[in-house]
Structures are given as C-alpha cells and as structure tokens.
Design a protein around this ligand. Structure first.
Ligand code: TYM
Length: 330
C-alpha cells in the first residue's frame, strides 16, 4: 500500500533554533517512517524580507540539509530538496494567486507582524502564503507538521485547494496541519511572551542548534524568569518558567505533566536551569558531531540531487494537470 504523504520545510533565513527543532524537526523524526516524507528547503521564501547578504542563503541552505541528516532524518524515507530547484512551485503559485482573495491574505497574522518591522514591503511578503500553498498542494500532501505560527498558512492552503477542487474537479488533496501537543510555540528566552525566532534582534533569546555547550548553558542561565521563586507551570503569570519546563519536556521526551512533577516543590530556579541546559546539551551534542562530519562530505549534495529529480517529476506532473485545467497551452 502506498504511504500517505508528509511535506514540510524550514526557511534558510537564519540559523535554526530550538523552536524549529521542537515545532518541526522533532515531528519529522517521529513521522518519517509512517509517511512518504518530503522535507524541503523553502529558499524562495527567504527573500520576502530584505537579506543583508544573499550569499548566506545558499550557505544556510546547505547547512540546513546537513542538519536534517544529522538529526537522523533518513534519505531512504525522506525526499530532501531545494524549493528554487523545482520550478513548478512558482508556476503553480501564480495560478493559485489568481484564485486567492486579497482579504484572505490581509488576515494572515504573520504578514501583519512582519510588515510592521520593515519600511518598504515587497509584494512577496504579502503573497508568500500562496507560494506555501503551492509547496504543499503540488505533492498531494496529506499532512503538514508545523509549529503554531504556520497553522494559519496551512489552513489557507486548504481553503485554496477546496476552492480549486470545486471549480475544476478533484485536483488537490486537502492537507491537514499537524501541530505538536508540546513545543508548538517555544518562546524567546529574553522575552518569554514572544516566539523564539531565527531572526531575533537579541541572540541571547534564541538557542541555535549549532550553539556550543558554553553558549547553551550561558543563554539558559540568563533566561528571564520572575521573582516568585517557585517552579510551577503558569503560562500567563510565569511565562519564562513555563517555557523552560516546556523545553525540558521536549528534550527529555516526557509529557509536560511529568516535567512539572519532577520540579514540584523546587524553589531554586538555578536547579531547573541546570537540568534544562543538561537536557538540551545531551540531545544536541550527538547531532552536532554528526553535522560537522556530514558537512565535509558529498552526502548533502547527493541527497539533494536525488531529491530534486523526484520532486521535479511529481511537481511538474501536477502543474501540468492544473495548467491545462485553467486553460493554458495546447
Ligand atoms: P519557518 O522557517 O519560520 O519555521 C520552520 C518551522 O519551525 C516552526 N517554528 C517553531 N515551532 C515552535 N516554536 C517556535 N518558536 C518556532 N519557530 C518556528 C514553524 O512553525 C515551522 O514549522 N513558511 C514556513 C516554511 C514553509 C513551509 C512550507 C512549511 C514554506 N513552505 C510548506 C510547511 C509546508 C516558515 O517560514 O517556517
């Protein structure tokens, strides 16, 4: 029996963070065997906001592929590819743009947030969720594991797919987002009500997957908490501690409830911080060692070449069907 399809990706817009691991990579690891998994690198999304150095995009793309492999994603189960090497993504995006309403894109919270940060906003930032819909719909994707901030975009992809199916017949599979029960929105260590992000202004707020042990311990030690002095989980009133408990539960691979129980009665934030840092370091160290081996080899390019072939075949066939249905060509 054919496996169902999974597709997801991480933008090479900065160094990957702990948030990306918890919201996304951890889910890929869990589901990679169950699904025919397409894990791609959406590099075209990166230029929706100004980039200081465009050479960094290609470098980060390669690093990201090496991180996928070092985390244990298996090229025998997964197809890894780079979005800009599969032209059907932007070809389909154009068609989908013509079937997406301005009002829908205006409601995207990520657009609202990001457009406040920049002076001159490119149209790509506005239409980006449609390119993301194309990414998903080209592959008859059944499930899209993402963190909470991307749920609205996957829901838009569903809307667009349904609209196209109503007009042209059953072209697209309707994708389902999968959001992790814990770790769907890891917070910034310095501003624990905000999302941890690759592009945060203060690097102390984010732990990057390639940070050294010292950096990890230092950032966790400096994480903003509160003056209450008791470890317990209260997202609203103790966001810093709630975030640390969440990170601990993800990296220890235990339910949040068990993480909370482990620190019951603990009155020293230092103890919690040490346990969280130990847990992150233990999980990331083996991945980092593999990463530095893999990045030296040809494996990354071999895997991406193979992925490009498969992705192009599937995506171009789908695009061809849609292209004809909307009335193009002979
Ligand atoms: P991106 O690159 O911003 O983030 C990649 C994945 O990491 C998740 N994530 C988080 N999860 C928990 N806590 C956080 N602090 C955190 N920060 C990020 C994101 O939710 C995401 O799952 N538009 C997408 C990339 C994309 C894509 C796609 C994803 C393009 N096309 C098609 C799925 C399917 C993005 O910018 O993710």
């Amino acid at each position: 029996m054919n496996k169902k399809r999974l597709l997801s990706g991480l933008q090479p817009s900065g160094e990957l963070t702990l948030g990306n691991y918890c919201g996304s990579i951890k889910q890929f690891l869990e589901y990679q065997k169950e699904y025919d998994s397409f894990l791609f690198i959406p590099d075209m999304h990166t230029i929706t906001v100004p980039q200081k150095d465009s050479n960094l995009i290609a470098e980060r793309t390669r690093k990201l592929a090496a991180i996928y492999l070092a985390c244990g994603l298996d090229p025998d189960n997964c197809t890894f590819f780079i979005q800009s090497e599969v032209p059907a993504h932007n070809q389909l995006a154009w068609i989908l743009e013509c079937f997406t309403y301005m009002g829908e894109l205006n409601r995207m919270t990520q657009f609202k947030d990001k457009s406040k940060k920049y002076k001159n906003i490119g149209c790509g930032l506005f239409t980006y969720p449609v390119l993301m819909a194309a990414d998903i719909l080209l592959y008859d994707t059944n499930v899209v594991p993402v963190g909470l901030d991307q749920k609205q975009h996957v829901e838009l992809a569903r809307e667009i797919a349904q609209r196209m199916n109503n007009k042209f017949g059953d072209i697209f599979v309707i994708p389902e987002p999968i959001i992790p029960t814990i770790g769907a929105k890891i917070k910034d260590l310095q501003y624990p009500t905000k999302k941890m992000s690759k592009s945060a202004d203060d690097a102390n707020g984010s732990i990057f997957l390639l940070d050294t042990e010292d950096e990890i311990r230092r950032k966790i030690n400096r994480a903003v908490t509160d003056s209450d002095g008791k470890v317990w989980y209260d997202e609203e009133n103790k966001p810093g501690i709630a975030n640390l408990l969440t990170i601990y539960s993800v990296f220890e691979n235990i339910p949040l409830k068990s993480a909370i129980e482990r620190f019951e009665g603990c009155e020293r934030y230092g103890d919690l911080k040490k346990a969280v840092a130990d847990s992150i370091v233990n999980a990331l160290k083996p991945m980092q060692e593999k990463y530095y081996d893999i990045i030296q080899t040809k494996l990354v390019d071999e895997v991406l070449d193979k992925g490009r072939e498969r992705a192009n075949k599937i995506a171009s066939e789908k695009y061809d069907i849609v292209r004809k249905l909307v009335g193009f060509g002979r």
